[in-house]
Design a binder for this molecule. Structure first.
Ligand code: BDP
Length: 713
């Protein structure tokens, strides 16, 4: 017995360090593991002390210094001293008003939030300068320096400068007041509304640190399908408590506003935006909010969309509604982000509706209104063309809305890295004289009010996002919101270096796997421009056969239009002509099947099954080949991940491997179910050598998914 006890004790001692060090992803990309070799030597030489402009009394400066101390202590194994004098190996935080003598730089090039990192000499001593015009810039610069250290940059030769191209970089939480999250796959909402404002979960600070490390400077706390209660005094007190936590990190709080709140909360008979009493109600509400949250960002509004109330209920248009709220917020400096995600039951083509409603209103919005447009004209599909509103409303600031949570992309069990999707839309040429990025950053039409929003994938899961790799989508969103021209590949490598390993071979292998994953999901779900084939309501899994929903434009058959004659939605001049909403050069390219890229072919055209594809295959054979390619890519991702075992800590390696096994199974399911269905519809035999679906079509149709996550409360 005693010997056994001893053995157990010994085993415990051996296992303890491994257990204590087990990684579960909770630290995100701010892990600050000890550096190795030359990188460690440089770090120890270059971060002996932190020189601050003054007593770091302000909360933002304190947050910056605390993060540097935390990161350096963990990475270098010793704590840097806080100093006021320049010494060898100091990190010097400098603003124009506080820079030590000898600092010469073009401050005007750094803007309000930008930063500069420079290895230089001051008073004859080698130091590193972290310079910015204000404290937010110093905070971002500190995080940038920590990123440089974590990603293996040469810390003795730093020369980096970065200024955000977009002003408002926001997360949109689709979080409900009961803590459910619409389209959330990472547990419950991190906002513990019930316990707020008295109890502040320490996670709120970590949330703010993670966002600040990317440059995210705003967060909309509640779902766009908003409840009026979020604007009541008790909930405003809760929002104010969160705002207080986030403020030092440069993050402002915004709220989704329910358009009918004056009726529901104020007892008014109408929410008509032209009614003086309604306008007065909103003005008073805004004043009440700013009383509690002096730097409140503003309102996000989903109106006359999917059953939400809005100005059209009173015969008014979107600009009337937006301008009324803008008027209430303007005296306090707030903005209205008015969403353009609308579609009407009787519209000929759902993809054309937002343009039809919004483009004619160009020039009618108040100066503090931004119209927030989803990346594509339908709804966050694995691939869509860019939204035709980008570039078509020169007098109106347009925000880009991306979805970080993977509603239509396999939830959190599929490894789908969204960097390439974000990059694809940002770099799309609108044909109006610039890319979507140039529209959104305001340069194309000279707007100063600019914004990018991402629908958050954050929840109470230990790993925050539902899977290890879903963190990378949050990360990629933040980095691209700051600079929409960053290459997605470089951002992915940075994330891997900070999250898994900075060793170049393994880092690059993981990044390659991530970058291949987006095309894989397009292939195994919706190749060649197909879209919205997902299961009803929850959007999990394939359901191209669904044709019985109440509204035509909710049915997958509406979107793919497959029959004996062919497949695809004709949006060319012979069909809905939605293509005409694009600039002429783009409309010409997408309007002709010969010049439409194969990736978007069936988005714009209805073509016969034997249509000749550039590959030499028929359309039918190409469709099947793409489904097969998608499955093969996932199988390959699995093999590549397995080979990375020596490079990754055991717990996270095993977890990702398990997820990839699910993904491969589901990719096969998608492929089999879709091929079985399209074969039944087309009546065509499978191309030679193609593996038949594992089960008959009826078996796929019979599958049900009660309690699938993400439906919200
Ligand atoms: C769709 C979602 C739905 C959202 C809606 C929106 O299915 O849950 O409420 O978008 O963006 O993608 O408003």
């Amino acid at each position: 017995m005693r010997t056994m006890g001893k053995w157990l004790w010994a085993l415990w001692l051996v296992l303890l360090p491994a257990w204590a060090a087990a990684e579960d992803g909770h630290e995100l990309w701010l892990r600050y593991r000890p550096l190795q070799g030359q990188a460690m030597v440089q770090l120890q030489a270059g971060a002996r002390s932190i020189v601050v402009p003054a007593q770091p009394g302000s909360p933002t400066l304190r947050a910056a210094v605390a993060e540097l101390q935390r990161g350096i202590t963990a990475m270098a194994g010793r704590e840097p001293v806080l100093a006021t004098r320049i010494a060898q190996g100091a990190l010097v935080l400098a603003t124009p008003g506080s820079a030590p003598p000898g600092v010469e730089l073009r401050w005007d090039e750094l803007g309000r939030e930008g930063w500069l990192l420079r290895s230089t000499r001051l008073q004859g001593r080698p130091v590193t300068l972290i310079a910015a015009n204000g404290e937010a810039g110093l905070l971002y610069g500190s995080f940038a320096w920590l990123r440089a250290a974590q990603t293996g940059a040469d810390l003795s030769r730093l020369e980096q400068r970065s200024v955000p191209k977009v002003g408002l970089r926001l997360l949109n939480h689709w979080d409900n007041l009961d803590r459910s999250v619409e389209r959330g796959y990472a547990g419950a909402s991190i906002w513990d509304w019930w316990k707020l404002p008295d109890l502040l979960d320490p996670r709120y600070v970590d949330y703010a640190r993670a966002n600040a490390s990317l440059g995210i400077n705003g967060t909309v706390l509640n779902n766009v399908n908003a409840k009026a209660e979020s604007l009541t005094a008790p909930f405003l007190a809760k929002a104010a408590a969160l705002a207080d936590v986030f403020r030092p990190y440069g993050i402002r709080v915004y709220l989704s506003a329910r358009f009918s709140a004056p009726v529901e909360l104020g007892g008014l008979k109408t929410a008509d935006p032209l009614d003086p009493a309604v306008r007065a109600w909103w003005r008073a509400k805004a004043a009440e909010i700013y009383e509690r949250i002096p730097d409140f960002g503003g309102f996000l509004v989903k109106a006359n969309s999917e059953g939400q109330p809005g100005p059209q209920d009173y015969g008014r248009h979107h600009a009337d509604g937006a301008n009324m709220l803008a008027e209430a917020l303007a005296p306090h400096g707030g903005v209205v982000m008015w969403r353009a995600f609308v579609y009407a039951p009787d519209a000929k083509d759902r993809a054309a509706q937002a343009f039809a409603e919004f483009q004619p209103l160009d020039g009618k919005f108040a100066p503090n209104v931004i119209v927030q447009v989803k990346n594509g004209p339908i709804d966050f599909q694995p691939r869509e063309p860019f939204h035709p509103l980008f570039g078509a409303m020169p007098k109106t600031p347009l925000a880009l809305e991306l979805q970080i949570t993977k509603e239509y992309l396999g939830f959190s069990t599929h490894l789908v890295h969204l960097g390439p999707l974000f990059e694809e839309v940002l770099q799309a040429d609108t044909g109006h004289g610039g890319t979507v990025a140039r529209v959104v950053d305001g340069r194309l039409h000279g707007h100063r009010l600019t914004a990018i929003a991402g629908v958050a994938n954050i929840g109470t899961d230990r790993n925050w996002s539902g899977s290890q790799f879903d963190q990378a989508n949050w990360y990629a969103f933040g980095r691209l919101a700051w600079d929409p021209d960053l290459p997605a590949a470089a951002v992915a490598r940075d994330w891997v270096a900070q999250t898994f390993t900075a060793r170049p071979a393994a880092r690059d292998a993981i990044a390659r796997l991530m970058l291949a994953s987006r095309e894989a999901v397009v292939d195994y779900m919706t190749p060649l421009g197909l879209h919205h084939l997902m299961g009803t309501g929850h959007h999990h899994g394939p359901a191209p056969w669904v044709d019985n929903l109440e509204r035509a434009d909710w049915n997958p058959v509406y979107f793919h239009r497959a029959g004996r004659d062919g497949i695809g939605f004709d949006r060319s001049a012979t069909g809905s002509n939605a293509v005409a909403q694009y600039a002429p050069s783009v409309a010409r390219r997408f309007g002709d099947p010969r010049t439409t890229p194969p990736e978007l072919l069936l988005w714009f055209h209805h073509l016969p099954w034997d249509h000749a594809m550039p590959s030499g295959r028929t359309l039918w054979a190409e469709l099947v080949a793409r489904y097969d390619r998608g499955v093969a890519t996932v199988a390959d991702m699995r093999r590549r991940w397995a080979a990375l075992e020596p490079d990754i800590d055991a717990a996270r390696h095993a977890e990702v491997a398990a997820y990839l096994a699910v993904q491969e199974g589901e990719a096969r399911w998608w492929r089999d179910a879709c091929i079985a269905y399209f074969q039944a519809v087309s009546g065509l035999p499978l191309p030679p050598g193609v593996r038949p679906p594992a089960q008959p079509l009826e078996a796929y149709k019979a599958m049900r998914f009660p309690f699938a996550p993400g439906r919200g409360g």
